[in-house]
Design a protein around this ligand. Structure first.
Ligand SMILES: [Zn+2]
Length: 317
């Protein structure tokens, strides 16, 4: 993904008072006595899934790591989902490279009238563009956060969905070719072109860069523009769960990401993204560098987004 504009105002990482905290309630119980009907999310298991992806090496289209990750995801999802659809396609990137890409679409209760769509990109960027050293700039990133984090949450949720049947259909979409060069979103564009005419989920939630050590997901402005009702639903749920400190309602930086092709195709989708991936929770200095590593990630953000989307799913959307 990339920033749309040179937005000067970095969203302050405001720590919103948590109404439940002062009363000494368990963290699993949110404000207003609301308890999520979702099974408890195992953030450590999700973090292990993040590490496994990084262990494959960079997941750049056309490389061994990309193929290893695809085989691993498909095997894991086929053991859990009701249906796994592979959407393979070949495209020529603007730089002339021919890319063989695959979206993985794992469906739970596909016959249900209502569905929710959750998605993340599984490929990683071929070049560390934000390195200043020209030699390092040419190397591929590991994508512990930018790639593996969203996938880790969705895969762990797949495990929960297998063991605890949801009250509606849930579709997990792992898109390829998000980060090849520039703002291309090849997988989400392909999905939108082929599926959107006949596929109408209630809404979509995109998870991108959800694994850093200072989680904060302010409202992404194009999500607010295209899908205000979904933004409200997500941020209301975060507040009910007592997770408002991770989901400030202040506007964040506008991001071009996989939610744009889906929104343009009529699938109202919000982008939950923490675009402050750095040592202080404010700067974004690890993004698209060789510092996008497991050491700069943590299970906390994975848990925060998983608890919100889990609660939405198990309350019926
Ligand atoms: Zn990226």
């Amino acid at each position: 993904m990339r920033r749309t504009l040179a937005v000067a105002a970095l969203a302050a990482v405001a720590v919103v008072a948590c109404p439940a905290c002062g009363k000494g309630k368990d963290a699993a119980q949110g404000a207003q006595g609301f308890e999520s009907p979702a099974p408890p999310f195992n953030a450590d298991a999700a973090f292990a899934l993040l590490k496994q992806q990084v262990a494959f090496g960079p997941r750049v289209p056309g490389t061994p790591g990309h193929q290893l990750q695809l085989d691993w995801m498909v095997k894991y999802l086929r053991q859990r989902a009701d249906t796994v659809i592979l959407q393979s396609f070949t495209t020529v990137a603007p730089n002339g490279d021919t890319l063989h890409l695959t979206n993985v679409f794992a469906r739970f209760k596909p016959a249900n009238a209502d569905h929710v769509l959750l998605l993340a990109h599984w490929d990683t960027r071929p070049t560390a563009d934000n390195e200043t050293n020209l030699a390092l700039k040419r190397q591929p990133i590991l994508g512990a956060n930018d790639g593996a984090s969203g996938v880790a949450v969705l895969m762990q949720l797949a495990d929960d969905l297998k063991r605890h049947s949801p009250p509606l259909g849930v579709d997990l979409l792992f898109v390829d070719g998000e980060d090849y060069t520039g703002d291309m979103y090849l997988g989400s564009e392909e999905f939108a072109a082929k599926f959107a005419p006949t596929y109408h989920p209630l809404y979509g939630v995109l998870l991108d860069m959800v694994g850093d050590q200072n989680p904060s997901y302010p409202v992404e402005p194009s999500s607010q523009q295209y899908a205000p009702e979904v933004v409200q639903r997500v941020y209301d749920m975060a507040e009910k769960l007592g997770l408002g400190q991770y989901f400030p309602r202040s506007p964040g930086i506008e991001i071009q990401d996989d939610h744009i092709p889906l929104n343009k195709a009529g699938i109202h989708t919000v982008d939950l993204i923490d675009f402050a991936y750095g040592p202080d929770g404010v700067s974004n200095e690890y993004w698209h560098t060789l510092q996008d590593t497991v050491a700069h990630c943590s299970p906390a953000g994975l848990a925060a987004v998983a608890r919100v989307v889990g609660a939405l799913i198990y309350t019926g959307g």
